[in-house]
Design a protein around this ligand. Structure first.
Ligand SMILES: [Zn+2]
Length: 142
């Protein structure tokens, strides 16, 4: 699976992860171009009902709001991305379970070490290999 993202949006996500001592998450809106190529067009930040060092929970209302937003923009909800404060950018057992329950295509995890750089890894189901990450050219503003 190849995942393309806008670099500016990924950098902003990494900054937010770094700035928050508890987990944050973003919903990933975009296109599923083929079985092995997904394009993330927009990171959307829902209000979180729960945000601890090892857990986030988005309220049902927010999930509905983002579903509607995606439809309005002509995009698909591809999955989500969240931070792992002081933990590796791999899926936890809970992440695996939710991945299946939500039927997401991709899940991104941002490692936030105590010191040093953050790192985002995208995962898809049914493979233990991380996704290839490529940067989509930002569209020039008119
Ligand atoms: Zn996680």
């Amino acid at each position: 699976m190849t995942v393309s993202v806008r670099k500016g949006q990924l950098d902003y996500f990494r900054k937010k992860c770094k700035a928050n001592p508890t987990e944050i998450m973003a919903m990933l809106l975009g296109f599923r171009h083929s079985a092995d190529y997904a394009e993330v067009v927009q990171f959307v930040y829902p209000d979180l009902e729960i945000s601890t060092r090892s857990e986030t929970l988005v309220s049902g209302d927010e999930v509905d709001r983002i579903d509607e937003l995606a439809e309005l923009l002509g995009l698909e909800v591809l999955g989500s991305a969240h931070s792992h404060p002081d933990y590796l950018p791999i899926l936890s057992p809970t992440d695996h379970r939710l991945f299946k329950d939500f039927g997401d295509l991709i899940v991104g995890v941002c490692e936030v070490p105590k010191t040093g750089r953050t790192r985002v890894v995208f995962w898809t189901r049914n493979t233990s290999l991380p996704c290839d990450l490529v940067y989509e050219k930002e569209k020039k503003k008119k």
